[in-house]
Design a protein around this ligand. Structure first.
Ligand SMILES: Cc1ncc(COP(=O)(O)O)c(C=O)c1O
Length: 460
């Protein structure tokens, strides 16, 4: 199939909106032929350094040989795990190994297919633990927990700019602000003083805003939840398996342990669509102890054979290849370089943020007048309050790809950040190449870059 044909079929049969959006960039018009490690090879033979890290999926890079072998081995043996009548040794081993890596009694897990399913399964477990006697769940004002109806209601990102129906009883607190959590909890006290809050869900490190909760906040949150028997859920769908410099973000703080943790993305080693949540034994047993409860939560693909076998290998690699330490090394180089760029080009880069190998910079708008002019043009951006930010970052992403062969992305929360999320198999020299390219963008200047981007997008 020619690339034009691919784009036409996408526009006609998948999403015209997505085709327009991604098609404004060079990569939306190129064909990826193959990928290995941090590198993508296009049909043209051009090689691209993938600094998106697959938006969290590619800690192991593309096609890690041990991940491929795990899948090939599974297939060669004609393994069979399509139905639920036989207990899968792969799912059993996966649950045991994850439990061994987690602190305290985080011991019982479940493996659906996507991050939002893991979030919703965790929330459902917390609700059932309280036997339906409590009706409120709290989430932060910058939360991102997925886009299904339930997870979408728990998400506060401006990316979800349409109000869908969702689970009842959601209230909000300010990220990282314990007093705000306490006020939100107090809003849902019953007359007898007991709490109506069954769960609090939070990303201890927000992957879409690159904001971290302080240790003090997280310990205070844990104490508050314990004192009121509120189930504390840490969403580490993005940050799990080493990305921020510890196996899971919360594990950098000794003794800080939530009641449920969610994971996905690199859990599948870049090949398998598997997610998971792991719960304290007492929470799980309080919710789904009896055989009458045994099938209250299940999904067709849970713990599916080849996906679980892949996740087993992915977990082993993350530990054996010291992903958390690698993230710290890459992160130190990124932090130093981004600090230098922010100091040298203060009119271009407003700030940098991040932890481990998940970093980002805020790009300054290229002048009020320019954006005001664009705002009066007809187009879908009228409705988008973040259009000016997206345009500036989009122009940088476009130049990094077209001129430097480096793929990056922006995170759709507030503010819009250009994200550098290298796979953890990258070397510090890859980070240096990225920083050199980013500096060239700053030297080129935003007004020229934005107008190049707009002209190319029109032609594309
Ligand atoms: C922290 C977090 N939670 C949940 C999700 C939802 O995962 P999925 O897109 O697989 O449903 C994401 C996805 O980016 C995420 O970053």
């Amino acid at each position: 199939m020619e690339q034009d044909e691919v784009l036409r079929l996408w526009a006609e049969h998948i999403s015209k909106g997505q085709t327009t959006l991604i098609g404004a960039f060079g990569f939306g018009n190129d064909r990826a032929h193959s990928a290995q490690g941090a590198w993508i090879t296009l049909s043209s033979g051009r090689r691209i350094l993938d600094f998106t890290g697959g938006i969290g999926v590619l800690n192991h890079g593309h096609n890690h040989p041990k991940i491929l072998n795990a899948r090939i081995d599974y297939q060669r043996r004609n393994r069979m795990e399509v139905h639920k009548n036989f207990f899968s040794p792969y799912a059993a081993a996966l649950a045991k190994n994850w439990s061994d890596l987690m602190p305290e009694d985080l011991e019982v897990s479940y493996f659906p297919s996507s991050g939002a399913e893991a979030v919703e399964g965790a929330v459902k477990l917390a609700y059932k633990y309280h036997a339906g006697r409590r009706g409120t769940i709290l989430r932060s004002n910058i939360a991102f927990h997925g886009k299904l109806l339930g997870a979408g209601g728990l998400t506060a990102s401006p990316e979800l700019n349409f109000s869908f129906p969702t689970i009842p009883g959601i209230d909000e607190f300010m990220f990282g602000d314990l007093e705000s959590v306490k006020r939100a909890v107090a809003r849902h006290d019953h007359q007898d003083g007991s709490s109506d809050v069954y769960a609090i869900i939070i990303e201890p490190f927000s992957a879409s805003t690159l904001r971290a909760c302080s240790e003090e906040f997280l310990r205070g949150l844990m104490q508050l939840c314990r004192s009121l028997n509120i189930v504390l859920i840490f969403d580490e769908v993005y940050t799990g398996w080493g990305k921020t410099g510890s196996l899971f973000y919360f594990m950098r703080h000794e003794g800080l342990v939530p009641d449920i943790v969610t994971t996905s993305k690199s859990f599948g080693g870049g090949k398998s669509s598997i997610s998971g949540f792991i719960s304290r034994r007492k929470i799980f047993e309080g919710a789904y102890r009896t055989s009458a409860d045994a099938t209250l939560h299940s999904t067709t693909y849970f713990g599916f054979g080849e996906e679980a076998a892949t996740a087993l290998a992915a977990m082993e690699i993350a530990v054996d290849e010291r992903f958390a330490e690698r993230a710290l090394d890459l992160g130190a180089a990124l932090q130093q370089g981004l600090e230098h760029l922010c100091a040298t080009y203060p009119d271009f880069f407003i700030e940098h943020r991040g932890a481990g190998a998940l970093r980002g910079v805020r790009v300054a708008p290229a002048g009020e007048a320019f954006f005001k002019m664009l705002a009066v043009l007809p187009g879908p951006w009228h409705a988008d309050a973040q259009f000016a930010q997206k345009l500036a970052v989009g122009a940088v992403i476009s130049r990094l790809y077209d001129e430097h062969g480096i793929l990056t992305y922006f995170a759709s929360n507030e503010p819009i950040l250009l994200i550098a999320s290298p796979p953890l198999i990258c070397e510090v020299s890859d980070v240096e190449a990225f920083l050199v390219a980013l500096e060239e963008c700053a030297q080129y200047g935003l007004p020229k870059m934005v107008s190049d981007f707009c002209l190319k997008a029109i032609k594309r």
